[in-house]
Design a protein around this ligand. Structure first.
Ligand SMILES: Cc1cc2nc3c(=O)[nH]c(=O)nc-3n(C[C@H](O)[C@H](O)[C@H](O)COP(=O)(O)OP(=O)(O)OC[C@H]3O[C@@H](n4cnc5c(N)ncnc54)[C@H](O)[C@@H]3O)c2cc1C
Length: 439
C-alpha cells in the first residue's frame, strides 16, 4: 500500500459566508465497504464526477470521500470567478484550435453548474455579469490586453475595451490604465456553491467527509484506507488536485502553489455610496502572479486576491499568512482612499495546482485509476469539466468534449527536486520583476 504523507491543513479561516448545510453532521467512513466507483476528493472535480457517475449508471454504488468537510478546501477558498474565456492568451494566439477547445470545455462546465444551481435553488449569489481584465501599465496593455483583444476577435467573442475613465465609472476607483470587459464569466460564492452541490447529490452517492485516505493500493485490487474504514473499488478517480503526487500518479509533473485572498467587512450604506460604480463587479489582473484580483460582492464586501508562492511540500506557514494580511490591507488602502475606515475581516490561503505547459492531469493514469487534477488556477470551470468528463471516461459514455480534453495533453515532466525548486522560484522571481508595474 502506498502511504499518503501529506494531508490538507485547514486553518478554518475562509471568509465566504456558509450555507446552513442540511448535512449538519459529517458522515465519516466507519466500516469496510465495497463500491463500483470511488471518488477521492470532494472539490469541484470530485463533486461533478460523483454526480455524473450517478447520472451515467443509476444503479452503481458510488463513494465520494474527502479529508475534510466539503466547503473547506480550495474549492471554497477561491475568488469565485467561473471563467469562460481562455486565460493564457500568449500561447492561445498561436493555437486558435486550442483556444476554441478551452472555450467549449469552460462553457459546458458553466452550463452543468448552472443547471444544478437553478434546479436545487443553491444560494451561491450566481451572477453572470462578466469580468474586467485590467492592466496598470503600458507593458500590461501591450503585452496582455492587446493580445487578449486579438484573441477575442479571432474567436469572434464579444468584448468591450475600456480606457481609464470608462473603467473608473464601472468600478468606482482608479488604478488601472485600461481593461477588457467580457460578458461570459459568472461570479459566485464558491463555498455556498460547493456546499449546495454536495447537499443535492443523488442518493446513490455515499459521501464520507473527515475521512482522509491514508493509504491506497491499486493492485491486485483498488483499496483505500481511511482512519476508521476502508473502501474497495472497481475504479477510482483521484480528484485531489495538487495532492495527486501523494497517490503515486503524475510524479514530477505538478507545481503546487499557495494563493491568498482577503475579504473586508461589509461596507456601510454611506461607504457604498462613496464607492461609486456598479454594485457588483470582478476584476482579474493582467498578470495573475503579480497583480490583484478584486471583487465587489453582492453582500458589499471587497475581495483582494494577491500573492502566490510555490509550495513543493504542500504546506505554508502561518506567519506568511499574517504578513500577507497586512500586505492586502496596504493594497486595499492604496486603491480605496475613499474608504479609510474599512478593514479586512478575513484572510485565508488555499492550495492549487499548475503545470509547466498548462495542461490538466486528466485521463486513465493507471489501469482503472483515473485523474481529474491540475486546473491551472481556473478550477471552477476546468475542475468541473474535468470531473464530469472523467466520469464519462470511467463509464465509457461517448462525449465529443473528451476529444477536446485529451487534446490539451498531460502535464510535461519537470526536473527532479531540488533543481525544480530552484527553477520554479527563479521563474516566479523573474515573473514578479518583469511585471512589477502591474501591482
Ligand atoms: C485564493 C484562491 C483563489 C482562487 N480563485 C479562483 C477563481 O476565482 N476561479 C477559479 O476558477 N479558480 C480559482 N482558484 C483555484 C481553484 O480554487 C482550484 O483550481 C479548485 O479548487 C480546484 O478544484 P479541485 O476539485 O480540483 O481541488 P480542491 O478544491 O483542492 O479539492 C480537492 C479535495 O481533495 C481533498 N483531499 C486531498 N487529499 C486527500 C486525501 N488524502 N484524502 C481525501 N481527500 C483528500 C481535499 O480535502 C479537497 O477537498 C483559486 C484558488 C485559491 C487558493
Amino acid at each position: 500500500m502506498k502511504a499518503i504523507q501529506v494531508f490538507p491543513d485547514n486553518d478554518h479561516s475562509i471568509g465566504w459566508a456558509s450555507l446552513r448545510s442540511s448535512r449538519l453532521l459529517a458522515s465519516t467512513l466507519q466500516s469496510d465497504i465495497e463500491v463500483d466507483y470511488l471518488v477521492v476528493g470532494a472539490g469541484l472535480a470530485g463533486l461533478a464526477a460523483a454526480r455524473r457517475l450517478a447520472e451515467n449508471e443509476p444503479t452503481a454504488r458510488i463513494a465520494l470521500v474527502d479529508a475534510e468537510r466539503v466547503g473547506e478546501g480550495a474549492h471554497a477558498r477561491n475568488s469565485g470567478f467561473a471563467i469562460d474565456i481562455p486565460h493564457n492568451t500568449s500561447s492561445m494566439l498561436l493555437n486558435l484550435e486550442q483556444a476554441q477547445r478551452h472555450l467549449r470545455l469552460a462553457r459546458a462546465a458553466l452550463q452543468y453548474l448552472e443547471r444544478q444551481v437553478s434546479a436545487y435553488g443553491i444560494a451561491c449569489d450566481w451572477e453572470k455579469i462578466g469580468k474586467f481584465h485590467a492592466a496598470v501599465s503600458d507593458q500590461g496593455i501591450n503585452g496582455v490586453l492587446k493580445p487578449t483583444q486579438q484573441l477575442l476577435q479571432a474567436l469572434g467573442e464579444p468584448y468591450e475595451w475600456l480606457d481609464q475613465a470608462a473603467l473608473q465609472k464601472k468600478v468606482g476607483f482608479t488604478h488601472f490604465k485600461a481593461a477588457i470587459y467580457t460578458p461570459g464569466t459568472v461570479l459566485l460564492n464558491p463555498r455556498t456553491l460547493t456546499q449546495g452541490l454536495v447537499d443535492n447529490l443523488p442518493n446513490q452517492v455515499q459521501v464520507y467527509e473527515n475521512s482522509p485516505v491514508m493509504a491506497i493500493s491499486y493492485s491486485p485490487k483498488i483499496k483505500a484506507q481511511t482512519p476508521a474504514g476502508s473502501i474497495v473499488a472497481h475504479k477510482v478517480l483521484l480528484a485531489v488536485n495538487a495532492f495527486a503526487e501523494q497517490f503515486d500518479v503524475l510524479k514530477n509533473r505538478l507545481v503546487p502553489v499557495v494563493a491568498y485572498a482577503s475579504l473586508t467587512r461589509p461596507l456601510t450604506e454611506t461607504e457604498q455610496n462613496e464607492l461609486e460604480g456598479l454594485k457588483t463587479w470582478g476584476i482579474t489582473p493582467a498578470n495573475a502572479f503579480v497583480g490583484v484580483t478584486m471583487r465587489r460582492t453582492p453582500d458589499q464586501r471587497l475581495l483582494i486576491r494577491q500573492n502566490m508562492a510555490y509550495v513543493p511540500n504542500l504546506q505554508s506557514d502561518g506567519q506568511h499568512k499574517a504578513d500577507v494580511a497586512q500586505q492586502h490591507q496596504r493594497l486595499f488602502a492604496a486603491r480605496f482612499p475613499m474608504l479609510p475606515e474599512v478593514t479586512i475581516q478575513h484572510t485565508w490561503k488555499g492550495i492549487m495546482c499548475m503545470s509547466a505547459n498548462m495542461a490538466p492531469g486528466f485521463g486513465e493514469l493507471k489501469p482503472n485509476v483515473f485523474g481529474a487534477v491540475c486546473h491551472n488556477g481556473v478550477g471552477l470551470t476546468r475542475g468541473t469539466i474535468a470531473g464530469l468528463l472523467a466520469a464519462d471516461l470511467m463509464t465509457q459514455r461517448d462525449n465529443p468534449l473528451l476529444d477536446d480534453m485529451h487534446a490539451l495533453g498531460l502535464p510535461t515532466p519537470l526536473p527532479p527536486r531540488p533543481v525544480l525548486d530552484a527553477g520554479v522560484r527563479a521563474r516566479l522571481r523573474w515573473e514578479a520583476w518583469q511585471h512589477r508595474l502591474e501591482k
